[in-house]
Design a protein around this ligand. Structure first.
Ligand code: SF4
Length: 222
């Protein structure tokens, strides 16, 4: 029965390219805007791609450990790499893992990070984009709890951070998403955020090519 399902559903994962990925939402809006308008594409170096693959390897290790210890811990993996979406808000996401403790379902998101970031996260300095990601997953799935599991890439030590569903936080986020899409429709580029002091690439690109970009935006029909 299980294998019959696997055979018949091999290639049925849906990737709707018109929806914005939740993991990108808390990041640079300028980059998102320019990329969605096909005016800019960030290049990923081979070494950066390698870093992504190291992250994937940590995911597999953690999944295996949860499965190996599930009989003793009572924690079960219900689903991994689960595609979810909210088409009315034009957003989609892929949840690393849905787990159950036998009482409720929870989101588990695994973040491998440097020793420096790991120390910061342990002090409670959790990046806002991680919070946004978990809150939207919880909202779409209707769950109350999410866990960010940080893995220190230098030591392989882990640390978990619990996030409870916060409706007011999500309402604000959904409003921001509406504004972003309204601006997209009207071809209005976002203002640089306060990450600008380090001279981020998307804003540098925008400033350098401002006239050309604004002219192209006039021609683009959203
Ligand atoms: S300052 Fe940096 S992070 Fe902020 S919008 Fe510009 S490129 Fe993006």
């Amino acid at each position: 029965m299980v294998f019959e399902y696997l055979e018949n559903n091999e290639n049925k994962k849906e990737h709707d390219e018109s929806l914005l990925s939740i993991s990108q939402l808390g990041n640079c809006k300028m980059k998102l805007f320019l990329e969605l308008k096909k005016l800019y594409k960030e290049e990923y170096s081979t070494s950066l791609k390698r870093i992504f693959r190291v992250g994937d390897a940590f995911h597999s290790l953690i999944y295996n450990e949860i499965i190996e210890k599930s009989y003793a811990s009572g924690i079960r993996i219900v689903s991994s790499e689960q595609d979810i979406s909210m088409p009315e808000k034009k957003i989609k996401g892929r949840v690393d893992c849905i787990i159950s403790d036998g009482k409720e379902l929870m989101v588990l998101d695994i973040k491998s990070c440097s020793a420096w970031s790991f120390d910061k996260y342990q002090k409670g300095e959790i990046p806002n984009n991680y919070r946004c990601q978990i809150q939207l997953y919880l909202h779409i799935l209707g769950y109350k709890k999410g866990i960010l599991l940080f893995v220190n890439k230098n030591t392989s030590k882990t640390f978990e951070y619990l996030i409870e569903y916060d409706k007011a936080f999500v309402d604000n986020l959904l409003k921001e998403i509406n504004i972003f899409y309204d601006n997209m429709e009207n071809n209005i580029p976002p203002e640089p955020c306060n990450g600008g002091e380090w001279g981020c690439k998307a804003c540098e690109y925008f400033e350098k090519n401002k006239e050309e970009i604004l002219n192209k935006l006039k021609e683009i029909k959203s």
